[in-house]
Design a protein around this ligand. Structure first.
Ligand code: PMP
Length: 362
């Protein structure tokens, strides 16, 4: 029977997540999770949910995640009805890929960027043109524009992580705005990591720029990766259209109440981002002192070129770290195979990483 499956599905490769091992002795720094527990307000909201006197779990949740959307809009200063919530930003991205394009359409993206985009493209029957990052790892915006004009059918969508992954590099506001103004289709900025950067374009999406869509997630900066909640910001008319193609009840009650409590606790999030940024600088200093070359990071991870600058050393360090119960990410992508990506944890965790590197490099 399987031969009857479309080639689009049989021939594609699935997304490869960082190794998931949930042993408490393991220091997991390979999926850019947040090392801290979420705000206490999240646990209180979940406790209320677990109380049979207060919650009717036998009833479906709000289909539109109504209160959560409102809380995101007010807290982040966004226009009413400009938010759509989803089961992780991965679901939001899948909705956009299905909703903005027809099978056979083409989109453009930098390379490397978030490795899920090609997977979603294959699953939705889309074509893409990827434009290599420049030598300094910044995005080649001119190249993206050129690729969008040169594709057999002009690209309707440009997508990129901003700051980018796995580099961690942010782009200047001027370059981004010029690109958004010039690109003839939708521009999707995947802002999963923007709370750790100096800027976000979320308030401009669907507002100053009708063609701009920003996506984001509670997984990183709100410590809620385990509950799967993301959102997009766009013009209210586009939100209405995309609302038609999402799953009818795409967020559980647990996800809705937890995310609402998390976004309303603004000071928790500010403190958390500051803690992570401080540990990030400590990690960068420690790596640099050991001969690594770090790409300036605006995220909760650091991409660092190993001292010998060879893929063999990068792979060896990753394996040696794993033997010491520390999981970090090695990519076989040709542009970054002399690099390792390390998620930023607590200061103590960063000390453990640096001490292990000393043993390995000795
Ligand atoms: N975008 C980027 C750039 C990411 O790195 C990730 C995490 N792997 C996501 C989106 C997905 O986030 P979520 O957990 O909300 O699906």
């Amino acid at each position: 029977m399987l031969e009857q499956l479309p080639e689009r599905v049989r021939g594609m490769h699935g997304y490869v997540p960082g190794l998931q091992k949930n042993d408490s002795s393991i220091l997991k720094l390979n999926s850019n999770e947040n090392p801290y527990r979420p705000s206490r307000a999240v646990f209180e909201a979940l406790q209320n949910l677990a109380d049979p006197e207060k919650t009717a779990l036998e009833k479906y949740p709000s289909p539109r995640s109504h209160e959560l959307r409102g809380a995101i809009e007010t807290t982040l200063g966004l226009s009413p009805d400009s938010v759509l919530a989803g089961n992780g930003s991965d679901e939001i991205l899948a909705i956009l890929f299905r909703g903005l394009m027809d099978p056979g359409d083409t989109f453009v993206m930098p390379d490397p960027t978030y490795s899920l985009y090609p997977v979603l493209a294959r699953a939705a029957g889309l074509n893409f043109r990827s434009v290599p990052l420049k030598d300094d790892f910044h995005i080649d915006f001119e190249g993206l524009l050129k690729a969008s004009r040169e594709s057999t059918s002009p690209a309707r969508v440009a997508i990129m992580a901003m700051p980018n992954a796995p580099t961690g590099l942010d782009e200047s506001a001027e370059d981004l705005e010029r690109f958004i103004q010039t690109f003839p289709g939708w521009v999707i900025l995947d802002e999963a990591y923007s709370p750790f950067a100096e800027k976000s374009f979320m308030t401009l999406a669907g507002n100053r720029y009708a063609n701009l869509i920003c996506t984001s997630t509670f997984s990183k900066a709100w410590s809620l990766a385990g509950l799967r909640i993301g959102w997009m910001v766009a013009h209210p008319e586009l939100i209405q259209q995309m609302d038609k193609i999402r799953d009818s009840y795409n967020l559980s009650r647990a996800a809705q109440v937890a995310a609402r409590a998390a976004i309303l606790d603004v000071s928790w999030q500010t403190d958390n981002a500051n803690r992570i940024k401080t540990s990030r600088e400590k990690l960068i200093q420690g790596l640099t002192a050991r001969g690594f070359r770090c790409i300036p990071s605006s995220t909760n991870f650091v991409l660092a070129r190993v001292p010998a600058g060879s893929p063999e050393q990068a792979a060896r360090i990753q394996e040696e770290m794993e033997k010491r119960n520390i999981l970090i990410r090695y990519f076989s992508h040709p542009r970054v195979r002399e690099y390792l990506r390390i998620s930023v944890g607590t200061d103590e965790q960063m000390d453990r990483v640096l001490a292990s590197l000393d043993e390995i490099l000795d």
